[in-house]
Design a protein around this ligand. Structure first.
Ligand code: SME
Length: 162
């Protein structure tokens, strides 16, 4: 393993994600592949997982889907809880540089320092999200945001064509 720059690493991973997207037969397999790829290739992405809105549940709840990393106690998250709930209810990417300074944060691992959550849209409506935790503070810069938003967009598009 070599220490390439963040930019070079992310450019390479973007290409791998696009390859995966054209090969994955279903949205489910694409989500599984994305969690594996990001967890393996992005050294600061220590937990990578999808939460999807459970169809028909009122009030709405996010349910843990494919993930890589340690098991989390948060397998079902209502929209009024956590950074996950904030991203899904606002429909906006949430980046938290220091989770211990954010009162919304639901702890998954004692080692987590920063987090990014990106909503997945299907026909303009939030269907779920891609959540990534890092053991490093402020691990998610603009390039990371672009990568994770790209992954979420690919999943949304695949779900639209299902
Ligand atoms: N930290 C998230 C909960 C999910 S775990 O990180 C996997 C939150 O605050 O919503």
């Amino acid at each position: 393993m070599s220490l390439t720059s963040d930019f070079e690493r992310i450019e390479g991973v973007l290409r791998l994600v696009d390859d995966l997207s054209s090969e994955a037969p279903t949205a489910d397999r694409l989500m599984e592949g994305i969690t594996g790829l990001l967890h393996e290739k992005m050294l600061k992405y220590n937990w990578v997982g999808f939460y999807m809105l459970e169809p028909g549940t009122k009030p709405p709840v996010l349910v843990l889907g494919h993930f890589q990393g340690a098991m989390t106690p948060h397998t079902r998250i209502p929209l009024n809880q956590g950074i996950c709930g904030a991203a899904a209810s606002s429909g906006k990417t949430v980046v938290v540089d220091d989770v211990h300074r954010d009162s919304r944060y639901l702890a998954c691992s004692l080692e987590t320092k920063s987090e990014i959550v990106v909503p997945v849209f299907v026909r303009g409506v939030v269907a779920g999200e891609l959540d990534i935790d890092s053991h490093f503070p402020a691990a998610f810069g603009m390039e990371d945001r672009k990568l994770v938003e790209h992954c979420a967009r690919l999943v949304g598009k695949r779900m639209e064509s299902a």
